[in-house]
Ligand binder design. Structure first.
Ligand code: ADP
Length: 486
């Protein structure tokens, strides 16, 4: 093991089922590696359908008492879990940087962001209100109550190994559900440390189970076919999301899907240029371009285009890519060599079709998982960098003439997660925000996410919302009770 922690007992490598740390039934494991160095970090238990089935059964048993508790009692445990996450920020950040690659500063930020969902839903879970409906008949009343949806299965990605879990587990547990989680095989250690802290916070056995594994279809197949699971919540790619939705159809499970994006940043001639450059830099290069709300396409109006590209590329030239543990590193590696190769294939496709590389455009020299921060001009809508999610540190800068063109280009995608626009015109900011077919729009701001806002997409970017008061709805059923003969 190469991960040095203040509390080494946070480094867990087994599955957590029904309150116990267990190996896989066959003793199988899979390796977790550091993308910055390629070095192995740990061998983690690789479970399959059988262990997942056991976890689901444990979740069902545990839910009976949990959902009957007052919300205040559930909240107290979640508050304690939140405190433990904050107290262990440094260790959680070290684990995250080791297995995911992002800089330590970014990891610390994610731990705080992840923890905020536990705190928020500990509070919000106490506010699950119903309704009393005046009926057309005088002798009866309609009452609406909200009840926990049932056992929740969650599948999460590697780009935010902490926060993508807490924003599912937080609301699920707060309203009285139990959860079975399959973390990404690239980043299971963050998930296992989180559940260890939940256990220390006093969360009863069976309520939060973690089933790591390298055979995702086997675990996912059980989660989506087992009739005890009433809800599947997924963050990941659109193709896998579609597959899971199809699988869930057989038992009519509810689903929440947070899928791919193709975010435009639309920068108008009347934008504050420095603000737009700073916002676009954050939106594009955060987590080395590996977030689903990362800017994928910069759309810049012709009058400001050259000035924007010059300032933007100058700022990118200041970036230092390297190991996330080095204090001088501004941007870490991408998750795998395969990912770096896919990013390069999209860049080379653009170049072959006439794009100009302003800066970058090559794999990084630091190792197989590195890619140079890249800016491309002379790009057009037939290139892969326009149509596909890049998920890497590559910024294609497209030129547009009119507001109408900008809206058409921005919406010319099957995705609809986040979009951003920069303008100093009040009228335009309203018009364009309303015309953009996206679940979230940032006006003169790209750091749009927090626990208090509804995060989610439209079109093939998914369904459901995470965070905010709306984030509870994904884990609640609406029940109507008719009181008659009054
Ligand atoms: P990414 O490209 O970000 O890795 P994926 O959609 O492939 O996105 O992965 C997101 C999560 O979905 C991971 O936890 C992964 O293991 C899981 N996953 C991938 N394929 C399947 C599948 N067929 N069934 C269930 N889960 C899957």
């Amino acid at each position: 093991m190469t991960i040095q922690l203040q509390d080494p007992s946070l480094l867990k490598t087994q599955a957590f089922i029904d309150g116990l740390w267990v190996d896989s039934d066959c003793g199988e494991t899979f390796a977790v590696t550091d993308p910055a160095t390629g070095q192995p970090l740990a061998d983690v238990a690789s479970v399959g359908a059988t262990e997942t089935r056991r976890a689901i059964a444990a979740a069902e048993r545990a839910m009976t008492e949990w959902k009957a508790l007052p919300a205040k009692s559930r909240s107290e445990i979640l508050e304690k879990w939140h405190r433990l996450i904050i107290e262990n920020t440094e260790d959680l950040a070290v684990i995250m940087t080791a297995e995911q690659g992002k800089t330590l500063a970014e990891s610390r930020g994610e731990v705080a962001y992840g923890a905020s969902f536990i705190k928020w839903f500990a509070e919000e879970g106490k506010r699950v209100y119903g309704d009393i409906i005046p009926t057309p008949q005088t002798d009866r009343r309609g009452v609406v109550v909200k009840q926990p949806v049932g056992v929740v299965a969650a599948i999460t990605p590697w780009n935010f190994p902490n926060a993508m879990i807490t924003r599912k587990a937080g609301p699920a547990l707060a309203v009285g559900c139990a959860i079975v989680l399959k973390p990404a095989a690239e980043t299971p250690l963050s998930a296992l440390a989180l559940v260890e802290l939940a256990n220390r916070a006093g969360l009863p056995a069976g309520l939060f189970n973690v089933v790591p594994g390298s055979d995702a279809p086997s675990i996912g197949g059980e989660m989506t076919s087992n009739p005890t699971v009433k809800k599947v919540t997924f963050t990941g790619s659109t193709p896998v999301g579609k597959l899971l939705m199809q699988q869930c159809a057989n038992t009519v499970k509810r689903t929440s899907m947070e899928l791919g994006g193709n975010a435009p940043v639309v920068i108008f001639d009347d934008a504050d240029l420095d603000l737009a450059v700073a916002g676009a830099l954050t939106a594009k290069y955060r987590n080395s371009g590996q977030t689903c709300i990362c800017a994928n396409r910069l759309l810049v109006q012709e009058g400001i285009y050259d000035a924007f590209v010059e300032k933007f590329a100058a700022a990118v030239s200041e970036f230092r890519i390297g190991n996330g543990f080095d204090a001088s590193t501004t941007h870490g590696p991408v998750i795998s060599e395969k990912a770096a190769k896919e990013i390069d294939a999209k860049v080379q496709n653009a170049v072959a079709e006439g794009a100009t590389v302003v800066i970058g455009g090559q794999p990084g020299e630091q190792g197989g998982c590195f890619y140079q921060p890249t800016v491309l001009t002379n790009v057009n809508d037939s290139m892969r960098v326009f149509r596909e999610e890049i998920f890497g540190p590559v910024a294609p800068v497209f030129k547009f003439k009119t507001e109408e063109d900008a809206v058409r280009m921005a919406n010319d995608t099957e995705f609809g997660l986040a979009a951003y626009l920069y303008t100093e015109s009040m009228g335009r900011s309203w018009r364009v925000s309303e015309a953009l077919e996206y679940g979230m729009v940032g006006v003169n701001e790209t750091a749009i996410s927090s626990e208090v806002i509804p995060f989610g997409g439209v079109k093939e970017s998914g369904q459901g919302r995470e965070g905010s008061k709306y984030g509870l709805d994904d884990y609640l059923e609406t029940k109507y009770i008719c009181f008659g003969a009054l």
